[in-house]
Design a protein around this ligand. Structure first.
Ligand code: BMA
Length: 305
């Protein structure tokens, strides 16, 4: 099937064999466009089964990755809510704080939860703390405040929908509401949805790239889709593409530790083109690109069927 996103022909860009130490897999990276280089915050699953976050840098965002040999965040730092590791980090540039905010899955004794941290240089991090208790995943911060309030997307494990909450200090969160409901039935995003990339500001609204899950005879398929939410009131959904934008098709997306998965945490816009770094089959990191205007066109379009 023809899809909007074009995969980089050099995919997969990073696999466990590229790491400077032994590990099981690498996938679901957060991304930061630093201008003269691309920085990825890789999720590496070690041979203990737990994950940590490690920095990789490349001048063209595709080749020549320099991967650090010490994790930026890992379970061994003795934080109780992270004893089972840290996963799936989303990296949001927060202009007013002059800092990168990290929203990630902190795996504690009671399951996955959402924690925040901040960094200026990706060498040291300051933890904000646990903001949503287990079970919760897919925390993604908006890059600005709305009427003085920070906004975060997250998916409490339960009903499968994406929720939005506001906070004046990033610690206490409230005004909870569903922003992106799970679609139900046979839809490609019928069982669960979760926010992916940090929200992208467009003239028409905030563009959110999310993952949707369909379950077939017990085997989930993870695909990527797009919605628009209101520029001033981001809890208001204003458009939703009915078809997915990227689905597992290539062998590296079909086979791996979790087959049939494309899962995105990081990306940015360069010259009107959205670069999406996605985890393939929970086993590698890949890149796909699409024009933002084409994605917006797809959100407006109603399905023929
Ligand atoms: C989700 C998350 C992701 C993972 C995906 C597919 O629930 O845990 O980290 O990539 O499942 O296994």
């Amino acid at each position: 099937m023809e899809e909007l996103f074009m995969r980089d022909e050099r995919n997969p860009l990073i696999t466990a064999g590229d790491l400077p130490y032994q590990a099981n897999t690498v996938f679901n990276a957060g991304a930061a466009d630093l201008g003269d280089e691309v920085l990825l915050l890789l999720r590496v699953e070690s041979c203990s089964g737990r994950s940590h976050l490690i920095v990789a840098r490349s001048t063209d965002g595709v080749t020549g990755w320099e991967i650090e040999d010490r994790a930026l965040l890992h379970a061994k730092q003795g934080i109780p809510y992270e004893v089972n590791g840290v996963e799936d980090c989303r990296v949001t540039w927060m202009e007013e704080l002059d800092a990168w905010l990290l929203a990630y899955t902190a795996f504690g004794p009671d399951g996955p939860a959402i924690a925040l941290a901040r960094t200026r240089d990706f060498r040291t991090v300051e933890r904000v703390g646990l903001v949503f208790p287990p079970e919760d995943k897919n925390g993604v911060l908006f890059p600005q405040r709305f009427d003085g309030y920070y906004a975060i997307l997250h998916r409490p494990c339960g009903n499968g929908s994406v929720w939005l909450a506001y906070s004046s200090d990033m610690v206490h969160w409230g005004r909870h509401q569903i922003v992106l409901p799970v679609r139900g039935g046979p839809w490609w995003d019928g069982v669960r949805v979760g926010a992916g990339l940090p929200p992208i500001r467009t003239e028409e609204g905030w563009l959110l790239i999310y993952h949707g899950v369909k379950e077939l005879a017990g085997d989930p398929i993870y695909r990527l889709g797009a919605v628009l939410v209101d520029l001033e009131k981001p809890h208001r959904l204003i458009g939703r593409a009915h078809r997915w934008l990227l689905s597992p098709q290539k062998p590296y997306e079909r086979f791996g530790d979790a087959p049939n998965v494309v899962f995105a945490c990081g990306g940015f816009v360069r010259a009107g083109e959205l670069w999406v770094y996605y985890g393939a089959a929970d086993s590698s990191i890949c890149l796909a690109k699409a024009r933002v205007s084409d994605i917006l066109g797809m959100i407006e379009e109603q399905p023929a069927e």
